[in-house]
Design a protein. Structure first.
Length: 195
């Protein structure tokens, strides 16, 4: 589903290499996110801290070759399917609150898979609800969730299991996160958690 934007932005965002088609952009974005996830997985340690600068780094690593806005908060208000994301002008404060209330409480070591799932659900749902970037929010949030898993010795989450059929449940889980209700997102993360 496409974003609803105040300006009628065309399908191909202005980009550094001057790519013209949606297909070229999609491939370049895919390659960028893949490289970012590999690089961040390789540099992951037991003391890696997931905070706002780290989230900005994920986005910059993934899309810095393509967009000047990579690694920066969006400057436009956005919504999807009539659901508004956090207002652009408040994003620095919103992300700081996210860091203080949620990210700073993530332990370096989990002693139960259930607690890890709860925190992944909370971080994932909140980050998607905030939607801090102009593009690449879902992929950035998925990389962060995968890194949270890998830091604890698990493999990546099986996001590919969220098919078109389950996507509405996923969207509902994100919307419920806005009210601090993470139960649906926890259930979803549980079903895609690596075996």
């Amino acid at each position: 589903m496409k974003y609803d934007l105040p300006d009628s932005q065309n399908e191909v965002l202005p980009n550094i290499p001057g790519l013209k088609t949606a297909g070229e952009i999609a491939l370049s974005e895919f390659e960028g996110f893949l490289k970012a996830e590999i690089q961040l997985t390789e540099s992951l340690t037991a003391t890696t801290r997931f905070n706002v600068p780290y989230i900005l780094k994920i986005h910059k690593l993934a899309l810095g070759h393509l967009y000047s806005f990579a690694g920066k908060f969006r400057s436009v208000n956005m919504s999807k399917g009539g659901f508004p994301f956090a207002a652009a002008r408040f994003l620095p404060e919103t992300m700081k609150t996210f860091e203080i209330e949620i990210l700073s409480n993530i332990p370096n070591k989990y002693f139960s898979k259930e607690e890890l799932i709860k925190d992944i659900a909370k971080v994932h749902g909140e980050l998607l609800f905030i939607h801090p970037f102009r593009d690449g929010n879902g992929r950035t949030a998925r990389i962060l969730a995968n890194l949270m898993c890998r830091k604890q010795g698990y493999g990546a989450l099986k996001f590919q299991m969220i098919t078109e059929k389950e996507f509405d449940t996923y969207v509902t889980a994100v919307q419920l996160s806005a009210t601090k209700n993470y139960v649906k997102m926890e259930e979803l993360i549980q079903t895609i958690f690596p075996g």
